[in-house]
Design a protein around this ligand. Structure first.
Ligand code: SF4
Length: 405
C-alpha cells in the first residue's frame, strides 16, 4: 500500500488530524516558524513548571498544560479551555506541540498496524512502531533507538547501524500517534483504551538509552499523564545485565530478556553482547530483578527465537529449563521470520511444538507467539529498509504527513 493512500486514510479517520492549520493564533509572534519555537511535547510536569514560573504563573497552570498535552492529547494551546487566552497566545508564540510524522502506515488483515515514523524532518531519524490488537488487550511495540549497535544475527534491525538514541519525546510520540490512530483520543469517560500495553521491543536496545526510556516511562505511568499501569509496560533487553535490576527498582515495569540460547558459547555466536555480559551474569541480574519487582511485574518473559538446526533441539530445550527453573519465568517461543539476506531458517512446526512441550512439562509457562501482520513487512526493521529503497528518489515532502502540530 502506498504512503499516499495511507496518508489519505489518516486524514479521514481523525478530525484531530485535519484541523486546519489556519486556526493558529493570529498574533505577530505566533507566525514564528518552528525553528524559532520549542517543542513542548516530551517535557515533564516539572519542566513545564519551570516554563510557567518564568512567565510568573502559579504552579497549577503547569499541571493544567501537562494534562492537556498527555491526558487529553491536545496539540494546540488554543484548545486548552481552562488556560486564559493571553497565556495561550504567549505559549503559542514560543512553543509548539509535535509528536512526529508518519512516513508509512501499513494495516494487516489481522488488524496489526505497522508505522514508519520520522522525527525532526530528518530522513535518517525514522523508526518503526507496531500496534497488535488481541481480544483481551492491545499492545504497542515502540522503538527506543534509531537503528541498533548490537548486531544480533537473527535480527533485521541489527543490519542497520545505530544512528542515535530517541529522546523521551520521540518515544512518547510513538504512543501518542498510535493512540490517536487507534481511537484512544479524544478520551471518553470510562472508555477502555485500545492500547492497553506498551512493550519496548522495537528497534534498539532500551537499556542503552536508559535516561530517555526512564523519562518516557515516567510520563506513560504518571497518573496525571497517560496513566498506564506500570505492570502493563515491558522493557525487553538483549541482556545489559548491570542495568536490569534498575528496571525493578527505578522504573517498576516488567522485564523481557531476549535469550535465544541457554548455552553461553552459542548465545555469544547469535548475540555478540553475550561476550560483554555472559549468561551467568545475566541470570544473576534476572534473579535480582525478580527479588526487587512488585508481584504484578515479577515474572520475566524469556524470548526464544527458533532457528532451524541452531538452537531448537530437545537438548537445547532441557538446557533452557535448567537455566531458568528457579526464576518466575514465562518462555515466549518465537517462530523465526526470515528476511532477505538472513542466515537462519525457521524451525519446523513440529520442532516448535516439541520444544514448547518440553518446557511446559517441566512446569514452566511457555507459549508460542502467533505470527501477526505477516501480510505486511513483519520482521522488525524491514519496513524501514524497504521504505528507504522505495523512496530514495522521491521527495520527502511527498511521502510525509504531519500527524501533529
Ligand atoms: S534484537 Fe534488539 S538488541 Fe539485537 S540487534 Fe535487534 S534491535 Fe538490536
Amino acid at each position: 500500500m502506498s504512503a499516499m493512500i495511507n496518508n489519505c486514510a489518516i486524514r479521514r479517520t481523525s478530525s484531530f488530524l485535519h484541523r486546519p492549520r489556519t486556526r493558529t493564533l493570529s498574533t505577530k509572534s505566533s507566525t514564528k516558524s518552528n525553528i524559532e519555537r520549542t517543542n513542548m511535547f516530551g517535557k515533564t510536569q516539572r519542566a513545564i513548571e519551570e516554563i510557567t514560573s518564568k512567565l510568573g504563573l502559579p504552579q497549577y497552570r503547569a499541571k493544567q498544560i501537562y494534562q492537556w498535552i498527555y491526558s487529553k492529547g491536545s496539540t494546540l494551546f488554543q484548545d486548552m479551555a481552562n488556560i486564559p487566552k493571553d497565556l495561550q497566545h504567549k505559549l503559542e508564540s514560543n512553543y509548539f506541540i509535535r509528536y512526529g510524522q508518519i512516513l508509512e502506515s501499513q494495516l494487516s488483515k489481522d488488524g496489526t498496524r505497522k508505522m514508519l515514523i520520522q522525527f525532526n524532518n530528518d530522513s535518517k531519524a525514522t523508526v518503526e512502531t507496531v500496534f497488535i490488537p488481541e481480544s483481551h488487550r492491545g499492545t504497542l511495540c515502540v522503538s527506543s533507538q534509531v537503528g541498533c549497535s548490537l548486531s544480533c544475527r537473527f535480527c533485521h534491525t541489527g543490519t542497520q547501524s545505530l544512528y542515535r538514541n530517541l529522546t523521551a519525546a520521540e518515544i512518547i510520540g510513538q504512543y501518542m500517534i498510535s493512540a490517536w490512530k487507534e481511537g484512544d483520543f479524544p478520551r471518553l469517560q470510562n472508555q477502555k483504551p485500545n492500547i492497553s500495553n506498551v512493550v519496548f521491543m522495537g528497534q534498539g536496545e532500551p537499556l542503552y538509552n536508559f535516561r530517555n526510556v526512564s523519562a518516557a516511562v515516567g510520563v506513560l505511568t504518571d497518573k496525571e499523564g497517560i496513566a498506564m499501569a506500570p505492570w502493563r509496560i515491558i522493557i525487553s533487553t538483549s541482556g545489559v545485565a548491570p542495568l536490569i535490576p534498575r528496571i525493578a527498582t527505578e522504573l517498576r515495569v516488567g522485564l523481557a530478556v531476549s535469550l535465544h540460547s541457554a548455552d553461553n558459547d552459542l548465545r555469544t555466536e547469535i548475540m555478540p553482547i553475550n561476550k560483554t555480559y555472559p549468561l551467568p551474569m545475566l541470570m544473576q541480574s534476572c534473579a535480582e530483578f525478580a527479588a526487587q519487582a512488585g508481584p504484578q511485574a515479577r515474572r520475566i518473559t524469556f524470548e526464544y527465537v527458533m532457528l532451524d538446526g541452531i538452537n531448537d533441539s530437545d537438548k537445547d530445550a532441557k538446557r533452557l529449563v535448567g537455566l531458568i527453573k528457579n526464576l518466575p519465568a514465562h518462555v515466549n517461543i518465537i517462530p523465526f521470520n526470515p528476511w532477505p539476506g538472513s542466515i537462519y531458517r525457521p524451525s519446523s512446526a513440529a520442532k516448535v511444538t516439541e520444544f514448547c512441550h518440553i518446557i511446559r512439562t517441566s512446569g514452566i509457562h511457555a507459549s508460542v507467539r502467533t505470527p501477526r501482520g505477516d501480510d505486511i513487512f513483519a520482521a522488525c526493521g524491514q519496513l524501514k529498509s524497504t521504505h528507504v529503497t522505495r523512496t530514495s528518489n522521491l521527495s520527502k515532502a511527498a511521502a510525509a504527513t504531519d500527524l501533529a502540530c
